[in-house]
Write a protein that binds this ligand. Sequence first.
Ligand code: SF4
Ligand code: SF4
Length: 308
Amino acid sequence: MNAIPLDPRKFRDPFVTAKGETRATVAPTALRTLWFNTGTLCNIACEGCYIESSPKNDRLAYLSLEEVRGYLDEIGSLELGTEEIGFTGGEPFMNRDLPAMIALALERGFRVMVLTNAMRSMQRLRREVARLPRERLTFRVSLDHHTAEGHERVRGERSWRPALDGLRWLVEQGFNVHVAARAGDEPEGELRAGFARLFAEIGLPLAAADPVELVVFPEMDERVDVPEITTACWGILKRSPDSMMCATSRMVVKRKGAAGPAVLACTLIAYDAAFELGRSLAEALKPVPLNHPHCAKFCVLGGAACSR
Ligand code: SF4
Ligand code: SF4
């Protein structure tokens, strides 16, 4: 892994890079997916959690059902043609209104994706979760590695068994389930082969070779040096700005102490005020300058997407 520290002259001006070149921006093409961050509290504290969640981090407060309803109404009134609603955190099940939020989004006809660690916070709401419709609903469960040791190295002691129990329970209930892993140092082929063995061992009907059923995320460390993305990069890298997550999605959050929720450019940059685009979806559908190391490392060079 590249361990050169990030050059402090980079990622300062939203429009110009340290070398004086024009910084790339991404214009919205549609709002295909709207994410809700239901709060940053989490029952565990994983090493390298991109949003720094923990049992103590409440910088993003719990969203309420009524706040979620307000944004779903706005999607309808603006006729945005949104297809999918995503729920993330922290651990989204720490927010006890999550099952009602999922039910509301499904009632409105959206596909729904819920990112969860499937541990105790979800399991204490089993009764409510079991009542949810199975159609158009997917749970993406984080298993950082295919071995207990690899998983617990990131997620802490005694985190493996509860995650597997929650994952198996979701499958037994007939829910559509995907798994999210971290790339780590293992070559991707070996990582996927390891997960294929695990899925077979515990009887999970998941295809480890499928990049949607098993999503592998690159490691994120904003202290490590990365190139800045200029308008020339799209052509050089043969990538389109339209394929970036911020071209087709936004994330709603509520900062601790704020009067109401705000809309961010994407799920990856939660604490940088420059990526807060407005209170309403209408205000937030504007171009995003790629002025953060995650834009380069995770999106343009890493090629990952948080949605499916
Ligand atoms: S479970 Fe997810 S949100 Fe919670 S600390 Fe781990 S990576 Fe972060
Ligand atoms: S991190 Fe990715 S999705 Fe977020 S603003 Fe940067 S390029 Fe867009």
